[in-house]
Design a protein around this ligand. Structure first.
Ligand code: SAH
Length: 222
């Protein structure tokens, strides 16, 4: 049974203060991160470290992004209540849950079958059953539910997938880390004439955005 103790809450408050010190300003993002227990999304063995500002393995050679990165990307995304948001790279489900707490209608795609199944069950058990999860190739997005007001890609892409650009609503915003070994964060805003404003921001390191789906039997060499 998952439990959110006073100690966890205290550690979380300290983490939020450190995010503020590192420049995160959006009060709604900070409040949501304060309210959402990150330790629920990590393996028990890492519970003690859940409130340090570091990334963690979540199985299948994947990681849950470090809290600063999650806060930074979520702030950039400028999510409004009721907006349709597509996340690529469900991973642990933490980012998806955070978007849901901000009032978004969340759709999230994961290419690893095992992660997809585990996280779908976890989100359901935490009361986030309304988050729609898909075992798909994120490069293709989710054409049947497009357009999206916001798209957030949480794996490092070498190029910006054109399907995702197509599935963004006019006036919509996409946040995506782009680059090979290291990525630059991009915020793309779709203008009424269909072109994009592309803001290139700071450097980050993400696990790779790999095309295609993967079943439990596969292993990645990336
Ligand atoms: N948002 C996650 C962090 C995920 S790490 C969280 O909050 O925990 C990046 C995730 O992207 C990994 O789980 C990886 O399997 C997934 N991924 C990589 N390429 C993908 C693709 N083409 N489609 C969908 N998911 C992909």
């Amino acid at each position: 049974m998952l439990k959110d103790s006073y100690r966890h809450k205290g550690l979380r408050r300290q983490l939020i203060q450190s995010l503020r010190d590192k420049g995160i300003r959006d009060k709604r993002v900070l409040q949501a991160m304060n309210d959402l227990p990150r330790h629920y999304f990590l393996e028990k063995a890492f519970e003690e470290k859940a409130y340090e500002d570091i990334p963690f393995p979540i199985g299948n050679e994947q990681t849950i992004s470090q809290p600063y990165t999650v806060a930074y990307m979520t702030e950039l995304l400028r999510v409004e209540k009721r907006q349709k948001v597509l996340e690529i790279g469900t991973g642990s489900g933490y980012q998806a849950a955070l978007l849901s707490m901000l009032g978004a209608r969340v759709y999230t795609i994961e290419r690893h079958q095992e992660l997809y199944e585990r996280t779908t069950n976890l989100l359901e058990s935490l009361g986030f059953g309304h988050i729609r999860t898909y075992w798909r190739d994120g490069y293709k997005g989710l054409a049947e539910f497009a357009p999206f007001d916001r798209i957030i890609v949480t794996a490092g892409a070498t190029e910006i997938p054109s399907a995702l650009l197509d599935q963004l609503a006019t006036g919509g915003v996409m946040v995506i880390p782009v680059g090979k070994k290291q990525q630059k964060m991009h915020r793309l805003t779709k203008k009424p004439d269909g072109t994009f404003l592309d803001e290139v921001l700071g450097p980050f390191r993400f696990v790779p955005f790999v095309s295609g789906k993967s079943t439990s039997a596969d292993t990645d060499n990336t």
